[in-house]
Design a protein around this ligand. Sequence first.
Ligand SMILES: [Zn+2]
Length: 382
Amino acid sequence: MTSRPYVVLSAAMSVDGHLDDAGDRRLMLSNAEDFDRVDEVRAGADAILVGASTLRRDNPRLLVNSEQRRTARVARGLPAHPLKVTVTASGRIDPDLRFWRHGDRKLVLTVDGSLAEVRRKLDGLAEVVSVGPEFDWGRALDELGRRRVERLLVEGGGTVHTQLMEQDLADELHLVVAPLLVGQAGAPKFLGPAHYPGGPTARMRLVETRAIGDVVLLHYAPKQRQRAGGPDRDLDLHWMRRAIELAAKCPPSEGAYSVGAVIVGSDGTELSHGYSREADPHVHAEESALAKLPPGDPRLRTATIYTSLEPCSQRRSRPHPCARLILAAGLPRVVTAWREPSLFVDDCVGVEQLRAAGVTVVELPELAEEAESVNAHLFGTG
Ligand SMILES: [Zn+2]
């Protein structure tokens, strides 16, 4: 078994989304400092890949330029330059390009129909392999995995980037935005129209932003997308189900609801949990979960509290209702499943109070019935 390489897409584009202008000479989008950053990224890769049309267009050498970085690679037992890879389905390959004349090993991935032609043209300049009757990125990555490529740097062009993004095969995207406006209809774009995973509402995770002179590097993790409908609804549903399970543990009472609460840190770990009447006959779920953490715990300032019932805004048993306790703890986000009915208090305004104080409140109506069913005995239906 071989595994596919970790795929890093790298591109520089103008503010209007172009990789180049429509002219013959290559447009320099980035600056010297950023070229040096790319050289460092190349030196850390096992292979560098560009599409055949980018080779024809730009005639790049695709080498590690820094002698120090080449020496360091050799000291690690690697060739001075990464494996250079290009892909072509049409077989339109020019053997006179600089790509073939510099560096170490080269590999061409093509299709069955072009295999013989590409081999004949290159005549020993590169290894040539077919990935099947049609170009298949999955098989292309398998081929690279078999050659022990663990980290692949993809440097374009737009068609290659678009296909890898559309097929969700990019682990990292390093996008540099240069302060230029190309403004030409025929100029190549960074990405073209495609059915990208999750559609136009799926937000990629932003890992890093860095100003490098007058350009900006944006580093995204494309596979770590948030689904449509807000931040990680699946995760919210998962934690709410846990809160409802906790609600089922409450000692029964004819005079109060059974509620569960979970506090989850920004790193996705459970910080605390609680349920109604857990420690004493009057304690509420949110109160019980909060009481298990030290006052002023800094993790609370970025945490979410999941509570199966809307936090109370008034209560008879204690001076501080749960909405007030949540505000005092500094929690920025509350997720709840079930709005409090007018059974024990006339009008619970916990959600409204929290929102008015700037807290993000997410309601999960799809779990309201489950949260309520734990309390069925109160309504004479259980
Ligand atoms: Zn309460």
